[in-house]
Ligand binder design. Structure first.
Ligand code: DQA
Length: 148
């Protein structure tokens, strides 16, 4: 299975950025661990991070062209603003899970709305970096079930 893990704006600063909310692991730490988890489950993971909305959209389009099986995405603040990223998923129909490190429902009210949640297979938030692992497991289950 091929799975793309996308992280949006400011997530390149993980480890430095508000560690009380987002934890002390860097994005590289998280990606390295996730790649190992994926390898154990027979999944090949690719990783992409950008602070630019258009770059995230282009990467989703590329994943569609490459017939990637699944996307795990933490869209950062674009979660709450980006109709364009929503449209990229609607256009390509690449199945995805939305991940947030923090519990977005326990923070400022503007973080409660997502432009993606209703078209995602599911949403995981509030479990820190472990949320990506949960999402990976859920994606693998979905891919396996789809194949049967
Ligand atoms: C986030 C939550 C968003 O509200 C915020 O803008 C982020 C990170 C999270 O992982 O908890 O950048 O997606």
């Amino acid at each position: 299975a091929s799975i793309l893990v996308i992280n949006g704006p400011n997530l390149n600063l993980l480890g430095v950025r508000e560690p009380g909310i987002y934890g002390s692991q860097t994005l590289a730490d998280i990606e390295r661990h996730l790649a190992d988890c994926g390898a154990k489950q027979g999944a090949e993971l690719a990783f992409f991070q950008s602070n630019a909305e258009h770059a995230l959209i282009d990467r989703i389009h590329q994943a569609f062209r490459d017939q990637v099986d699944f996307i795990l995405i933490n869209p950062g603040a674009y979660t709450h603003t980006s109709i364009a990223i929503r449209d990229a998923f609607l256009a390509t129909r690449v199945p995805f899970i939305e991940v947030h490190l923090s519990n977005v429902h326990a923070r400022e009210p503007f973080r409660r709305h997502s432009y993606l949640s209703d078209i995602a297979l599911g949403v995981i938030c509030g479990f820190g970096a472990f949320g990506y692992e949960i999402a990976l497991q859920a994606a693998m289950k979905s891919i396996t079930e789809r194949a049967h």
